[in-house]
Design a protein around this ligand. Sequence first.
Ligand code: BJW
Length: 249
Amino acid sequence: MFSREAITALQAARSVTVLTGAGVSAESGVPTFRGAGGLWRNYQATSLATPEAFAKDPELVWEFYNYRRELLAPLKPNPGHFALAALEAAAPGFALVTQNIDNLHRIAGAKNLIELHGNIWQVRCSDPVCESAAAPRENREVPVSPIPPRCGICGGHLRPHVVWFGEMLDPEVIGTAIRAAEESDFFIVAGTSAVVQPAAGMPLLARRAGAFVLEVNPERTDLSPAMNESVQAASGEALPTLVEAAFGG
Ligand code: BJW
């Protein structure tokens, strides 16, 4: 499945960085955004993940996130998540950058985890002048009640602590992720269509900075031609195979 060159480069790497997307959670039962599962009540998931949708109809957007919390709550990490946790334990330096908000990498044991697009189990006030807007806190309500939930400080609407289209990523978070990409010797990009910026640019940054860049995805993406190696496979099968080949036995 993987070339000898890829395995040798992974074994020799002092610093490994991984970028994951929704596909890595697909085998746990989480729908991806741009596949057939990206529809909810006939809305495209991506059309609800915007500040405009929330401003227009916070109840609808919260019903969507409530549905996703209900779906996620019982789900477990899959062998792809666990393989990345094993890779973190084996590699001298490691960072896992995820676009996923589902928390499954953390449940699998990831330690140096950089959540680019936030976490569905955190909330903050949607009013930028409220002190809670800058202080996300954990909220594990399933179902969320009331919908939309209210801020205990100012009475405004709480919002999920996630990054919607057109919103800036936290500068510290994206800065840390970019540094990890540029400093890596081996970069894995798994389970992402690589259409959403700035995450989609990270594998190219890593390649330009000299890393060996490996893609794992059942489909080819726009990134595939620019990779050192692109393996068309599900991450729940391919990632355990890779980690076993490099560090097992
Ligand atoms: C499997 C599998 C298996 C299936 N195993 N794989 C430059 C140029 C043009 C536009 C922009 C630009 N810079 C910024 C923008 C605007 C925008 C953007 O990128 N738009 C593009 C769509 C064109 N970016 C932003 O707005 C970002 N903000 C920003 O950059 O601020 C500055 C700025 C703003 C505006 C203009 C310019 C600058 C913010 C992006 C936030 C994204 N938010 C979401 C929602 C998060 C909350 C939530 O979950 O509800 O993040 S959208 C959604 O897409 C979510 C995902 O994290 C993200 C990426 O999706 P992902 O993970 O790749 O999933 P899919 O479904 O697309 O792909 C799944 C893949 O898995 C597929 O390839 C399958 O084949 C594969 N797969 N089974 C392995 N078993």
